[in-house]
Design a protein around this ligand. Structure first.
Ligand code: FEO
Length: 391
């Protein structure tokens, strides 16, 4: 279904409320959308991004229902296929169209979609493309979350199209944000999953956006922001150095020994006024873990020793921590073992490259005794002290 934003400006994207997994990895509790926008100038018509190939027929139907007779420019803000994957169809349907993008994105589109040199019009940072009484300006914005990403700004209408940036995997029949809390949570989940490793770049892009005169922000996932301050504030918070007085405690337990340690430890932390977010690794999804990592000052993994090392679920959590690069300041490890093993060494190696400081682990033989619980209490004290020092 197409929707008019204003004269000569239409939403022509596709909603995918049933989709439950992205990249065969990321859970989508609210589905997603692949937003595409048609902009008609006096002389030229541009399409901002396309849709996932699985929804190509929706884009096709939308363009037909609007009676679109020509597209001169296909603006590609990002080469990932959920936005670029239907470019070959648009080029086939409108053979005179040029794909407008930056040099790096052009190379990636050639590799991924086998587009040809003659298909492109290559632009550089801040370049302006006239459409006739409307002008598009491009801002290179690398590492959102790929190296070729850019934003497009429709100057006269004061609309920013930042593709993935500021977006959310959130499908609704409503074009504009109507439930800020739900969109905030969805956007935080999305930020944690793909933007967080590049928080420093996101911060710079945010500063650039703040200088623009804006009426709307129209990302390529989720809804359009009219009242966009809340999402800009959220990104300012998430990309800042500030952490919350929180411990993210992720555990897996085979026979209850590690869970008992985790429960005791969580109570000791809570008694000191520290917020504790506890996740059972056999149930929590990647999105829940990523969201908690956005804020927590400390992450503690709790694992039994199995096959002489950490439980594979704990390895997964440690790998996520390494890959998502949260601003977490401290990490530690607790758990139980039967007769030995290399749990501390294996997790230590996995986390060796992260910036967070490692606080001495507490590994216990068998089911924790009073002396072991005292060590857990001491660890909670140490974390409390470190958090107090952060201010
Ligand atoms: Fe929505 Fe990075 O693609």
């Amino acid at each position: 279904m197409t929707e008019k934003i204003k004269d000569g400006l239409y939403y022509v994207g596709a909603r995918d409320p049933q989709r439950r997994l992205f990249d065969e990895l990321i859970p989508l509790p609210d589905g997603t959308t692949y937003n595409s926008y048609l902009i008609q100038g006096k002389d030229k018509t541009a399409l901002i991004d396309t849709v996932d190939p699985a929804k190509r027929e929706v884009l096709e139907h939308n363009l037909e229902s609007l009676g679109v007779e020509k597209i001169d420019y296909i603006i590609s803000n990002h080469a990932e296929q959920d936005h670029s994957g239907s470019i070959p169809y648009v080029l086939k349907r409108f053979p005179q169209a040029k794909v407008v993008t930056n040099k790096k994105c052009k190379g990636m589109l050639e590799d991924l979609l086998h587009l040809k040199e003659e298909d492109f019009l290559t632009i550089s940072d801040e370049e302006v493309l006239p459409l006739g009484q409307r002008n598009l300006q491009f801002f290179l914005a690398p590492w959102v979350h790929w190296p070729e990403t850019m934003f497009t700004y429709l100057k006269e209408d004061r609309i920013l199209f930042p593709c993935d940036f500021l977006g959310a995997h959130y499908s609704s029949q409503k074009l504009y944000v109507h439930d800020k809390h739900s969109v905030y949570m969805s956007a935080k989940r999305y930020y944690g999953q793909i933007m967080m490793p590049f928080a420093n770049m996101a911060k710079k892009h945010l500063e650039r956006i703040e200088k623009l005169d804006l009426d709307l922000i129209a990302p390529s996932h989720g809804q359009i922001y009219r009242d966009y301050d809340f999402i800009l504030d959220a990104y300012r918070d998430w990309t800042s150095d500030k952490v919350k007085n929180e411990v993210m405690l992720v555990y897996v337990s085979m026979h209850g020994s590690t869970k008992a340690m985790a429960d005791y430890f969580a109570e000791k932390l809570k008694a000191k006024g520290i917020g504790v977010k506890v996740f059972n690794l056999t149930e929590a999804d990647l999105g829940e873990l990523a969201m908690a990592m956005v804020d927590a000052a400390t992450v503690v993994l709790a694992t039994p020793t199995v096959l002489a090392g950490p439980h594979p679920a704990a390895v997964y959590a440690a790998y996520l921590l390494k890959a998502l690069r949260p601003k977490t300041r401290f990490v530690s490890l607790i758990g139980s073992y039967g007769w030995g093993g290399r749990t501390v060494e294996v997790i230590g190696e996995l986390l060796s490259s992260i910036k967070a400081e490692v606080i001495e682990p507490v590994m216990v033989k068998g089911f924790a005794l009073d002396k072991d619980l005292q060590r857990l209490e001491a660890l909670s004290e140490e974390i409390y002290r470190r958090h107090q020092e952060l201010g």
